[in-house]
Design a protein around this ligand. Sequence first.
Ligand code: GLC
Length: 536
Amino acid sequence: MVLNDPIGAHGQEWWRHAVTYQIYPRSFADGDGDGVGDLAGITSRLPYLRDLGVDAVWISPFYTSPQKDHGYDVADYRDIDPLFGTLADADELLERAHEVGLKVIVDLVPNHTSDAHEWFQAALAAGPGSPERDRYLFRDSPAGAPGTPPNNWRSVFGGDAWTQVEDGQWYLHLFDASQPDLNWRNPEVGDMFVDVLRFWLDRGADGFRVDVAHGLFKEESLRDQVVAAGRQPSSDARDAADVPMVERTERDEPMWDQPEVHDVYRRWHEVLAKYDGDRMLVAEAWTQSPESMARYIREDEMSQAFNFAWLLASWSASEFTEVVTGTLAATEAVHGSPTWVLSNHDVDRHVTRYGGGPVGLARARAATLTMLALPGSAYLYQGEELGLEQVDVAPEHRSDPFWLRTGHVGRDGCRVPIPWSGEAPPFGFGPGDGQPWIPQPTAWAALTVEKQEADPDSTLAFYRAALAVRRTFAHTAGDAVEMLDLGPDVVAFRRGPLTVALNCGTEPVAVPDGDVLMASGPVGATLPADTAVWLG
Ligand code: GLC
């Protein structure tokens, strides 16, 4: 079996069928033993990722940062935070990754900087009306209402989206107060990011994951958000998750998804096109529908956009089927390439979302297998290949700004450092016995990479096998998907020679004809509940 063969040889861009593995650097592998993961740690584990069978890694931010949002608050886009290493470590990582056949996608954060960024510090010092303030969104209180924020927008992390500075002006931050939003109507901002793109492209980055890609432009008037009766103002598209998919209606979102944002991505497309090797852009855009998502991947814009629809759907054959058909229709309309993702560093891990314990794990494996059979590319989040669950992190160890601003549990529970080996924390996360920045559950002794490598029935063995089998059809099975009707509890489709079935019900169903290529659990004459199968 050839691992990581150059996909370009098939005459297609590498990212169209790639499986990309997301690394959250502070929680992946710790090279220096300070309890926080780093670039040297990632480099040391590249052989593990090659053997897993992924094509690319996406690395969450590693830039200089006060770490108020663990790196999504960037103080210098052209340097590495000392916590994670140096620019030389980044160069080394890129080189070694390429040597083992892995592409590297870096995370770009253009919606906001850190408040420690030199531009924001200059804006504070320069005062109202200055060119320095014009790089951000500073505004006064409404006339006659001193002490009142300029509009009713809420931060995604809770609380007002505005913070007042000493001279009485307010600045907008759709996230934490330490993450001031940039003013993308100021040309200096666009020019700066083109320089940043080139900086990382010149160093060998194969692509960029674009953070909050739908956020850069706000409606110019910065008017109030119109809020439906009975609802609270909110900037968080994920709030729609409590509304059944079929009932979701368009919300008023003057802070998101403005038409001007697409000019930015057209410009970036041209910058990337001047480089060799199919460099790519993938949007993190929490838009309201598959159609609005697809606008980001028109031919002269980004390569891909994360498709969060599946991750927002509950365990339901009808919802999953709607996600598959809706996604394929919307991406086809713009000749785009679909993406699939079940977990990332912002959401509860999918084993837990699907109920936790053995049932949650069976469902997570089944959903993963189904997703991996679809045309397009898939994104995996570190630790899902070990079947890790969301951890109930003790309050004193939580540091997510969402928790700090709202008192709601937040995202720390999907960011617990990876267990690599041994019988007790830190489970080989770093050298020595130093404990990681979030304590690992002792029960993870059974889930270490070391244990799972020795067990042919482990979730790690399942992921390796699924990715190896996927390689045999990913480039040849075509993009056409024909949905099959195997009853209301089953997601089923045919793609080229492949037939796929996922049983979301409680009773076994008949297995369609064909040889079993891969299954998420034991399969006999019938397909048990919470199980998926690939047939050839
Ligand atoms: C994105 C990131 C998230 C971060 C936020 C602000 O949603 O995925 O982790 O907190 O942007 O940058």
